[in-house]
Design a protein around this ligand. Structure first.
Ligand code: RRO
Length: 299
């Protein structure tokens, strides 16, 4: 990758137009919106709200269905050296297996990322919080899928959960990377003037992103880097300048995604954040990311 920065799945990646804007940007890669077997409209609006500290969303997986992203992946120019990641979030294990089989049959050079962490489907728990079910899903996928792939994880908040989750992920050699973190699920933002919630689905509950989640994201990156030897960790959460990108890499991230900030600022965020990261590195005397990646000091 020419830059360590790319979009967080869900932001600027639902339509071909979005994906082409991402491809034309200075991002180092691009990832699609999580896809399902059938197209989905998603949850009722309003379903995304910006606050001074970040965002809350309950989009509910609006997407054009996996065939749309499979078509995009078939037409994609892989020679442009910008990796294409396809995020998959079927409504059931059977759906996920159908989608992954379809990609497998085409043997395309895109990289599949299984989303174990959508917090916004009423009545559907996040798979990443049910580790036996997550393990079963990964076993079923690995029965036939023979290419490297990744998973998108929910944030974990207890050291025992880092241990238990890592034990599951370490069973799968082809699981080459994890992305930490998805939004912090089921937050509640309140508008004091209106004495109301700010998004409609789930009586106002939604996934938090932005400043709210940076320390949680950094903790998850650092803890999984320590526990998943031989795998890579992609950092996601709270990146809005070169400083947060630096923090994620210092915590051990190989690459860094931009979500809430990209939603607000558009693809110009990539040039700005990359330049800020370069300036910060220069001020510190670092030439390359590996000079400081994973070198966070403890006291
Ligand atoms: O579409 C969504 O509501 C959504 C998904 Br699939 C996800 O993985 N994370 C998120 O914050 N929203």
């Amino acid at each position: 990758m020419t830059s360590p920065l790319y979009n967080a799945s869900g932001v600027m990646c639902r339509s071909v137009e979005d994906l082409e804007a991402m491809r034309a940007s200075s991002s180092g890669a691009l990832i699609t919106k999580s896809c399902t077997l059938e197209p989905r409209e998603g949850n009722p609006e309003p379903r995304y709200f910006v606050t001074p500290l970040g965002s809350i969303n309950s989009m509910g997986l609006p997407n054009y269905g996996y065939q749309y992203y499979l078509d995009y992946a078939e037409k994609y120019d892989y020679a442009n050296n910008k990796p294409l990641f396809i995020s998959i979030s079927g409504m059931s294990l059977a759906d996920n297996l159908t989608i992954i089989k379809a990609f497998h049959e085409r043997a395309l050079p895109c990289i599949l990322e299984v989303n174990l962490s959508c917090p916004n489907l009423p009545g559907k728990p996040q798979l990443g919080y049910d580790l036996p079910a997550a393990q079963h899903a990964l076993e079923k996928i690995c029965e036939f899928y023979d290419r490297p792939f990744g998973v998108k994880l929910p944030p974990y908040f207890d050291v025992s959960h880092f241990d238990q989750a890592a034990e599951v992920f370490n069973k799968f050699d082809l699981l080459k990377y994890v992305t930490c973190i998805n939004s912090v699920g089921n937050g509640l933002v309140i508008d004091v003037d209106a004495e109301s919630v700010v998004i409609k689905p789930k009586d106002g509950l939604g996934g938090l992103g932005g400043d709210y989640v940076l320390p949680t994201a950094l903790a998850n990156v650092r803890e999984f880097v320590r526990r998943l030897p031989g795998k890579q960790v992609v950092g996601c959460g709270g990146v809005k300048s070169g400083r947060e990108a630096f923090m994620h890499i210092l915590a051990g991230a190989t690459a860094v995604q931009v979500g809430s900030c990209l939603y607000e600022e558009g693809v110009g965020a990539f040039d700005r954040i990359a330049q800020e990261l370069k300036d910060l590195m220069a001020a510190k005397g670092y030439q390359k990311l590996s000079d400081f990646r994973g070198k966070l000091k403890t006291l």
